[in-house]
Design a protein around this ligand. Structure first.
Ligand code: GUN
Length: 287
C-alpha cells in the first residue's frame, strides 16, 4: 500500500504557481462569496483565501447574511463580472433554499467561473474542449498524473453523481486522453448492490459524503482508492474528519490510497488557485 500525499503534491503545485504569478504582468484576483454561517463552508472559504494570500493572488471575501435576496446576489455577481481586478468568482455552495443555485452559477461569467460549474464550461469539458474544470475532479486527475497511476483501459468506478465531483469526474475519466481513457461506472444512491460494482474497480473514487461507507470487503485486492469524503463526525467532545472510505479495512488491499485529511482536500484548493491563474491569463489574452 502506498499513501498518496495530496498535501505535499498540492504544496509543490502551489510553489510553481507562486513563481508563475511573479512573472505575470497582471496580478490574478479571486472573489469568494460566502452566504450564511455554515461552519464547514466557513472553513473551506478560509482555506481558499489563505491559499491566495500565500501565493500572491489578490483575494476578497464577501460575506452575506443567510437572508440575502437572490436579486442582490445576482447584482453583486454582475459587478464582479465587470471588475477588471477580479478574474475568478466563487460562490460557496450550498446556498440557502430561497436562492436558485443554477441561476447563480449561470450569472457568473464563464471566463471567471473558476469552479467550472457554468454550463458552458461543463459542456466544453464534456466535448473535450479547453475549459475551466471543476477543482476536485481536476485535483484527482493531477494526483493520478503525479503518481503516474495508469488509467487507460482500467475500470474506474465512481460512487456519487454530484455536479461538483461525481458527474464531472465521470466525464473526465472516459475521455480519450492521458490519465483518463478508463471504462467508467457511476454508482449513486439508487444503485442496487453497490459492492457488486465497487469490487470490480481498478480505480475507485468515493464521493458520497457518507462516513466510512466503503469497507474492505467492497474492494478488490490491488485497487487504487481515491477518497473525496470530508465528513465531520463527533468523537466524544471533539469533531473528527472522516472520509467516505473505511481506511483501516480498505488500505491493506490497495496499491495506492488517499488519506483523509491530506489527500484530495488540499488538491481541490491548489486547483482553484490554478484555475484562477488560468482565468487571469485567458482574460488578459496570455493563453
Ligand atoms: N461546496 C463544496 N465544494 C465546493 C466547491 O468546490 N466549490 C463551491 N463553490 N462550493 C463548494
Amino acid at each position: 500500500m502506498n499513501l498518496i500525499d495530496g498535501k505535499a503534491t498540492a504544496a509543490h503545485i502551489l510553489e510553481n504557481l507562486m513563481t508563475e504569478i511573479t512573472q505575470l504582468s497582471h496580478r490574478p484576483g479571486l472573489s469568494v462569496i460566502l452566504i450564511g454561517n455554515n461552519p464547514a463552508s466557513q472553513a473551506y472559504v478560509n482555506a481558499k483565501i489563505k491559499a491566495c494570500n500565500k501565493i500572491g493572488i489578490y483575494s476578497e471575501l464577501i460575506t452575506l447574511p443567510e437572508t440575502v435576496s437572490e436579486d442582490y446576489l445576482l447584482e453583486k455577481i454582475e459587478s464582479l463580472n465587470q471588475d477588471k481586478n477580479i478574474h475568478g468568482i466563487l460562490v460557496q455552495l450550498p446556498l440557502p433554499r430561497h436562492i436558485s443555485t443554477n441561476k447563480v452559477i449561470e450569472a457568473i461569467s464563464y471566463q471567471k467561473d473558476v469552479d467550472g460549474f457554468h454550463p458552458i464550461n461543463m459542456g466544453r469539458l464534456a466535448k473535450g474542449l479547453p475549459a475551466l474544470i471543476p477543482c476536485t475532479p481536476k485535483g484527482i486527475q493531477e494526483l493520478l498524473k503525479f503518481y503516474n497511476i495508469e488509467t487507460e483501459g482500467k475500470h474506474c468506478v465512481i460512487v456519487g453523481r454530484s455536479n461538483i465531483v461525481g458527474m464531472p469526474m465521470s466525464v473526465m475519466m472516459m475521455q480519450n486522453m492521458p490519465f483518463a481513457n478508463a471504462t467508467v461506472t457511476v454508482c449513486h444512491s439508487k444503485t442496487k448492490n453497490i459492492e457488486q460494482y465497487t469490487r470490480q474497480a481498478d480505480i475507485l473514487i468515493a464521493a458520497v459524503g457518507s462516513p466510512k461507507k466503503i469497507t474492505g470487503d467492497m474492494v478488490k485486492e490491488g485497487c487504487v482508492v481515491i477518497d473525496v469524503g470530508i465528513n465531520r463526525v463527533q468523537n466524544g467532545e471533539k469533531y473528527q474528519l472522516v472520509g467516505d472510505v473505511d481506511f483501516e479495512s480498505v488500505a491493506p488491499k490497495t496499491t495506492y490510497i488517499t488519506p483523509v485529511p491530506g489527500g484530495v482536500g488540499p488538491m481541490t484548493i491548489a486547483m482553484l488557485m490554478k484555475n484562477t491563474v488560468e482565468a487571469a491569463k485567458m482574460i488578459n489574452n496570455l493563453l
